[in-house]
Design a protein around this ligand. Structure first.
Ligand SMILES: C[S@@+](CC[C@H](N)C(=O)[O-])C[C@H]1O[C@@H](n2cnc3c(N)ncnc32)[C@H](O)[C@@H]1O
Length: 330
């Protein structure tokens, strides 16, 4: 943890500032130490360079969510080698948008998007996740002076309400109360600050909801992640061959694109056919491992943004299966 992070942090319990005790330092990073709340005396450890600001009750399936995503991101730490997915998820925001902004990456996974935000010119990027994937995120971003990694829970956030931009990609659908998670994030925006989210859509996902989700819910999310990883290899291979060998060629020629309209998930599969096997393997594994998964209608998203008093709301469909949305605080 870099000392300059302190000015963005507050105690999740009483919102007072922290004092820091340093036990071990490596250059700019406090590797071991403690954060002490001036007001309510709560303490949180800094371990392996990361403040672990975890509190609050364990909700149903929280431990499983923590465990399964930590496993996933440790295995697939290198999948986001290029920025295309990230820019597509936060569309219509673009690289230029990040210039000089104070940014929050909510549910950062491997922390690779935080690296992109830093490269795009953000002033400071603070990235958090509930799971131990923060250790991957810390390693990936360690050389970047303006990226900060924290382990914390979206329901008990330790941040000042001072962000120019908050983005949350693929996280809300894995929460027991997604709307509350969204509301907690939107409260952190400065005046004129923006938030972007990406969530699974209800529309266009009948196949996944009817046939894949019951397998996830009743079977694979309860199995040891290493076994699910091994089992995922087979469907991932089929998916990969279909994407590269059938969907992609059909999408290349005008007469054959019409056939795609009758095939399931065609827009999504054509999109992912540009990526390598590891990427597809991770998508399949991720789908099967998540203890909680929810799907949202466009109206749900619109309602969250309106309830949070956000303006300039833009909601767009992604690959006919999911929603990305952005709005501004006034
Ligand atoms: C599908 S992953 C998305 C990760 C990253 N945003 C990305 O796009 O690669 C969902 C992430 O949400 C995190 N998560 C789930 N529940 C959370 C919570 N209550 N607070 C913070 N993060 C949470 C998981 O640990 C996981 O890393």
């Amino acid at each position: 943890m870099k000392i300059k992070l302190l000015k963005y942090l507050v105690c999740p319990e009483c919102k007072s500032h922290f004092e820091i005790t340093v036990q071990k330092r490596e250059g700019e990073e406090v590797m071991e130490g403690e954060l002490l709340c001036n007001s309510c005396d709560k303490t949180f450890p800094i371990r392996r360079g990361i403040p672990r600001i975890l509190m609050g009750q364990d909700y149903h399936l929280k431990k499983e969510t923590q465990k399964n995503f930590a496993f996933s991101w440790k295995k697939f730490s290198s999948i986001y080698e290029d920025e295309r997915d990230f820019l597509d998820w936060i569309y219509p925001k673009n690289k230029e948008f990040f210039k000089n902004k104070i940014v929050l990456d909510a549910g950062c996974g491997t922390g690779k998007h935080a690296s992109f935000a830093s490269q795009f010119g953000a002033k400071e990027v603070i990235a958090f996740d509930l799971s131990d994937s923060v250790e991957v995120a810390f390693d990936i971003n360690r050389q970047l002076d303006n990226v900060h990694i924290i382990q914390t829970d979206i329901y008990y956030l330790p941040f000042k309400e001072d962000f120019d931009y908050v983005y949350c990609i693929g996280v809300l659908q894995h929460l027991p109360d997604p709307e509350k998670g969204f509301y907690n994030l939107s409260k952190l925006l400065r005046k004129k600050g923006w938030i972007s989210i990406w969530v699974y859509g209800y529309e266009g996902t009948t196949f996944v909801r009817k046939f894949i989700d019951p397998i996830r819910k009743h079977l694979t999310s309860k199995m040891p992640p290493s076994l699910v990883l091994a089992l995922s290899f087979f469907p991932a291979t089929i998916f990969y061959l279909l994407a590269k060998g059938l969907y992609k060629p059909l999408s290349k020629f005008k007469p054959t694109t019409k056939i795609l309209k009758f095939m399931p998930m065609s827009s999504y599969i054509v999109y992912i056919s540009q990526f390598n096997f590891l990427h597809i393997f991770n998508s399949v594994f991720d789908q099967l491992i998540a203890p909680i998964t929810k799907y949202f209608c466009k109206e749900d998203i619109e309602e969250w943004f309106k309830k949070a008093n956000l303006k300039n709301i833009k909601i767009s469909n992604r690959n006919n299966m999911s929603w990305r949305a952005t709005g501004q605080n006034f």
